[in-house]
Design a protein around this ligand. Structure first.
Ligand SMILES: NC(=O)c1ccc[n+]([C@@H]2O[C@H](COP(=O)([O-])OP(=O)(O)OC[C@H]3O[C@@H](n4cnc5c(N)ncnc54)[C@H](O)[C@@H]3O)[C@@H](O)[C@H]2O)c1
Length: 285
């Protein structure tokens, strides 16, 4: 299969990443079928796309006609069978191995056998996800960054059995979406989260241990190390539940130096998941 034969892309999950991926694919001319488990989640995803496209218009990056065309290319659904005609699927559901394996096993039955199944997982093994299917050479990691419409980078993660044709095709797709790729072996956290997650957890521990206020930790890291966001703000943007799941996977695989910060667990238990729930380390409208 070549990139030219991809016209319709399935996206699993309409959350932070799924709706961003759907938007970018549709904006670049692909038909998109975005699936979540409840109508409300699909509607929220479509709304988030509307808002994001609106911001693109106000910044003069696209015009109203492109907004309408982009929206017209996105179909929201709760029915997995609606992905039957897709040539490629990108999964962006929750960061749980059992959920992803179940989704991949279901996709195996719904899609044609040559369809590429990509996962946006942050930390989980591509090889283990692929083992739920009979097409392991067509399963690959395609790790978009948050917020997808803004961030340029996409990490291509190569599982034990991922085939060369699959790898080439997802690099080509990401490039066609205006992104720049790099490649990682299928090792926990890949390049980005292996390094990012301990940094975020250390920021949370520093705050919890009273090294500085949360604002000063973020400001110190922004101005002191030239990153666009400090660790507490970034954790809120990523989602504290996503950070916790990622840190737990990393500590299981790589040892105690990746253990999630206590305060991260407490915030998640309290339902404060960051920007998406209205509160995390900071409050959001
Ligand atoms: N948030 C980030 O910054 C970020 C960055 C890169 C990668 N990721 C990864 O992307 C994936 C999604 O993360 P997110 O931040 O969008 O999470 P999210 O919680 O915002 O959204 C996940 C969505 O998946 C849906 N879902 C759950 N089970 C499903 C199923 N069986 N079928 C379809 N949809 C299902 C949920 O209802 C929810 O709407 C995770 O694997 C995460 O690790 C997240």
């Amino acid at each position: 299969m070549t990139i030219e034969s991809v016209e319709r892309i399935g996206v699993i999950g309409a959350g932070t990443m799924g709706n961003g991926i759907a938007q970018v694919c549709a904006l670049n001319g692909y038909e998109v079928v975005m699936r979540d488990i409840e109508d409300e989640f699909v509607e929220n995803g479509i709304e988030a796309i509307d808002d994001s496209l609106g911001r693109f218009v106000s910044k003069g990056r696209i015009d109203e006609s492109e907004v309408e065309a982009t929206k017209g290319r996105i179909t929201g659904t709760t029915d997995l069978d609606d992905l039957a005609d897709c040539e490629l699927v990108i999964e962006a559901a929750v960061e749980k191995m059992e959920v992803k394996q179940e989704i991949f096993a279901d996709l195996e039955t719904v899609t044609d056998e040559d369809v590429i199944l990509a996962t946006n997982t942050s930390t989980l093994s591509i090889t283990t996800i692929a083992s739920a299917t009979d097409r392991e050479e067509r399963v690959v990691g395609l790790h978009f960054m948050n917020p997808v419409p803004i961030m340029e980078g996409v990490e291509v993660v190569v599982g034990e059995k991922t085939g060369a044709e699959t790898i080439d095709l997802v690099h080509a797709l990401a490039t066609d979406l205006g992104k720049t790729t790099w490649e990682s072996d299928d090792k926990p956290g890949f390049v980005t989260n292996r390094i990012l997650m301990p940094w975020i957890n250390e920021g949370i521990r520093a705050y919890d241990e009273g090294v500085a206020s949360k604002e000063d930790i973020d400001t110190g890291m922004e101005l002191g190390t030239n990153v666009p966001m400090g660790p507490l703000t970034l954790a809120d943007h990523i989602g504290l539940d996503i950070c916790l799941d990622a840190s737990e996977t990393l500590s299981e695989e790589l040892g105690d130096r990746y253990k999630p910060a206590y305060l991260l667990k407490r915030k998640v238990d309290a339902g404060d998941l960051g920007k998406k729930s209205g509160a995390g380390f900071y409050e959001y409208d």
